[in-house]
Design a protein around this ligand. Sequence first.
Ligand code: DON
Length: 306
Amino acid sequence: MIEGALRSIVEEVRPEALKGQVATYIPELGKQSPELLGVAQVSMQGDLWAAGDAETPFTMQSISKVVSLGLALTELGEERVFSRVGVDPTADPFNSIMRLEMVAPHRPQNPLINAGAIVTLSLLPYGDGVERFLAVRALARRLLGNPDLDADEAVYLSEKQTSDRNRALAYFLRSVGALEGDIEDLLDSYFRQCSLRVTAKDLAVLGVTLASGGVNPFTGERVLAPRVCRILRALMATCGLYDGSGEFAVRVGFPAKSGVGGGIVAAVPMRYGIGVFGPALDPKGNSLGGVRILERLSQELSLRVL
Ligand code: DON
């Protein structure tokens, strides 16, 4: 029944998804086909259903911010992390710089916008950018149950060579004392984690691990504490689709996090993880077809929790 629902929803959404635009500000992402569309769903018992392009690789981009925040909360505790980055949604785009100057003490508003993710990453107690990235990758591998998970070298280099905006954010943040250290080294780990290569199936496993309170149903491993998962789900529900989060909560009604690679991970608490992939994005940088698939699935399977 679920497999049939996934298949018919992908076919139903396909024409509409094409109205979106593939991200081009990271040149390598511009090479993705806007026609790709896929979904995978995993239950807490480890049943897996999929339809469409569920095994096509793409980069996590902002979805990786959930992993690095999970790592920071585990290693440093919530008090330390949230003394440096807030927990409130913004009505601004994911890479906005405006509020950083307006609001003192220059604490980015939440850890899922670029500025907040960069500050969160800077707090991790590792020697250099490569070590920091390896720690994020190690946690991602356990959350997704994929020991081969790795960065896409071409996408990583493409963002590293062009990301004036993230450099501007990071240098500004350092100038006001919101973070310390070597900016290029810090951004190197940020670009590497954003370029972690996954499939919709991988994201569905990440989603169900977060939905279950931290246990990966395929490996049986407890990867995160229930309290950390609860914080991650709360931030996904309020800030996961940036300035599109309110509309997503109304239309779909469960926690999710998007990335400009076209992926969205969703966690339906104590029920399912869902991964969707459709690189044609809406104007807010969220997968247009992906959001629509999640909305239709939420209706068909009564998944709304918000
Ligand atoms: O920093 C950036 O701009 C990208 N690496 C990630 C942004 C992103 O995925 C926003 N999400 N929809």
